[in-house]
Design a protein around this ligand. Sequence first.
Ligand code: 2NE
Length: 271
Amino acid sequence: NIWNTMHEFQDIKLDRTEDGIAKITINRPHVRNAFRPETVKELLQAFEICRDNSKIGVIILTGEGKEAFCSGGDQKVRGNGGYVGQDGLPRLNILDVQKAIRSMPKPVVAMVAGYAIGGGHVLHVVCDLTIAGDNAKFGQTGPKVGSFDGGLGSSYLARIVGQKKAREIWYLCRQYNATQALEMGLVNHVVPVDELEAETLKWCREMLEHSPLALRCLKASLNADCDGQIGLLDLAGNATLLYYLSEEAKEGKEAFIEKRKPDFNKFDRFP
Ligand code: 2NE
């Protein structure tokens, strides 16, 4: 077993390999890995742990078992105005997880066996890459069950598969198999489900060989193309990070601390 527990949760599992791959598993197979508010809180915590751990380079998001990646919001705890947790408040906090995946400065890979449906489908859509088992099934159910995700679940989906296909997926609520998903560019690769984890790890390890800062900036750049000013915020945050690492930026800080005038003239002005 290559997996070591990073943190104990109730609804999810958080494991890691020695070489810097984290795996977040939604662990509610009795409801096809549907999420309730507590699941979502734990997912947010897990993503924060992975973000803050400098040894983690890539994160896998998956569901327990081979039946389902995730079947979306737990309809059994859906109340008026959202999904109701133990605190009695109705929430749609899965949108915060989508934001966390999107702004995570490390690649997030969806590893999909079985159903990726409804809000579970949206989760794989917002991940950077998707590796699917040959038993995977994809689709939205919103208009069938009285719900919809008009945010990234629609607009970003359309960036991936095109406007016509995105409308078909949402309006008709059909299910698509792994081959169809591959054909429409919805997933990166399909393998026999028994080889899913090995293949996903292979993709992760290829990314781990590459410059983390380059991957981080590429993710922010690709996001910025559709994320408006929030996309620019993340992209510019990376520019600031890189600038802080430079002698030029350090001169500004040191001059302030030493109560002297900064000497920026000693730095080259690049063409
Ligand atoms: C996922 C799917 C297609 C699987 O079908 P199948 O035949 O393999 O399993 P089955 O028998 O339907 O499900 C097994 C058990 O899991 C529960 C079922 O009720 C069943 O429990 P029992 O009857 O045996 O007690 N289960 C499955 N999905 C569940 C869910 N989402 N919530 C609660 N229990 C669930 C099939 O199960 C299916 O179509 N599931 C529903 C998918 C769905 O509509 N999800 C919600 C979409 S809306 C959403 O996620 C959302 C949003 O639109 C906007 C914001 C936030 C969330």
